[in-house]
Write a protein that binds this ligand. Structure first.
Ligand SMILES: Nc1ncnc2c1ncn2[C@@H]1O[C@H](COP(=O)(O)OP(=O)(O)OP(=O)(O)O)[C@@H](O)[C@H]1O
Length: 339
């Protein structure tokens, strides 16, 4: 059986900005696949190439074995795309907008009414469908976008950051809906910079950084590969650097401690990697009290996807996110995209 989506050695630049340098991944039929990465990593560009909205410089893109480059129309019929932001006519009602969209997808006239009603019901939009979309909240708006992406019953639904800016309740609605879609056999490809979103939803994922894939696998495979547990320790609420260094020296001598970093950005807290299952917390507390160092807080956790990103890039996704948002000219990008 052909892969639902195959992307191989994709490359795409905007002028001299290499948005995607070399991205490859495969999405199997019926799975939720996540593309995780900070803003600017190349997720949207990859998705736009897949959905035939941007022309790649190089690489192979297939949907169900069909080339997106040679047969863009056939590929568009198989894909539903829910973009990050959609500019819509706010005067139309949700129902009118869906009907218009259905006509653009060339759905048979007879089936448009039924399909629209069905999606309005499935997405819980009955109370909103006949109100103008300009009155919708972000969560309702996103549900309408999902309905629009599903009108032509695509084999693969592609969503670009579907929960950005949504409150927790709306986010849950989207998550549950995507899980139900998967149960019903639709393949889902979702991009996100939210670790917990990809961790909760994705059967498999690729982590993207600066236009390349830095890790691929199931969430647990990627986390287990790192090995060990994470411990965050604060000696005091704001620990003097010398004291943190002293604690580091003591902790490094413990046999179950694999690595210690003093995190200067976080008030000189200490980040440790320890061998799992060693009753580490009490041993750490005891070793510190023997040299009269207090413990303000101490917490142990399994590795997260952020640790996977950190191990591969040397920074957290949040740090990369902040760095990216200060260096991009979004107005200029929009202009270039229109070309
Ligand atoms: N139209 C454009 N013109 C010029 N540069 C662009 C354009 N679109 C994207 N870029 C640049 O390409 C890189 C990848 O951007 P892309 O939008 O694909 O990343 P992303 O991971 O999807 O982030 P976001 O979620 O913020 O869109 C960034 O450095 C960005 O500044």
């Amino acid at each position: 059986m052909a892969a639902a989506v195959l992307i191989k050695n994709l490359r795409k630049s905007y002028g001299d900005v290499p948005a995607v340098k070399d991205i490859s991944f495969t999405v199997e039929p019926g799975e939720i696949f996540g593309l995780l990465g900070p803003n600017g990593a190349g997720k949207t560009t990859t998705i736009r190439c897949l959905c035939t909205l941007a022309k790649p410089d190089r690489g192979k893109i297939e949907v169900g074995g069909i080339s997106a480059i040679a047969s863009p129309k056939a590929v568009r019929q198989r894909l539903g795309y829910v973009a990050q932001e959609v500019a819509i006519d706010k005067v139309l009602t949700g129902r009118e907008l869906l009907k218009l969209q259905a006509a653009l997808y060339h759905l048979p006239k007879k089936s448009i009414g039924d399909r629209t009603n069905q999606l309005i019901e499935v997405l819980g939009l009955q109370d909103y469908a006949d109100k103008k979309t300009g009155t919708y909240s972000g969560g309702i708006r996103k549900r309408l976008d999902l309905a629009a992406g599903l009108l032509h019953q695509p084999e693969v639904l592609v969503l670009d950051e579907p929960t950005v800016g949504l409150d927790i309740e709306s986010r849950m609605v989207v998550w549950e809906f995507l899980q139900a879609l998967r149960e019903a056999g639709t393949t889902v490809l979702i991009t996100s910079h939210y670790l917990e979103e990809i961790d909760a939803l994705a059967d498999r994922l690729a982590i993207i950084d600066q236009g390349v894939v830095i890790a691929e696998g199931t969430p647990s495979e990627l986390k287990d590969k790192l090995g060990g547990d994470r411990i965050t320790l604060r000696i005091r609420e704001f620990t003097p650097y010398e004291e943190a260094e002293k604690a580091k020296y003591i902790l490094e001598s413990l046999p179950f401690v694999e690595n210690v970093i003093v995190n200067t950005v976080q008030g000189n807290s200490l980040n440790l990697i320890v061998t799992s299952g060693q009753n580490s917390l009490s041993k750490i507390e005891q070793s510190l009290s023997e040299v009269s160092l207090p413990t303000f807080s101490l917490a142990q956790s399994r590795p997260s996807l952020d640790d996977v990103y950190l191990a591969a890039t040397g920074k957290t996704i949040m740090d990369a996110q902040i760095a990216a948002s200060s260096s991009r000219d979004l107005k200029k990008e929009k202009k270039q995209q229109m070309k």
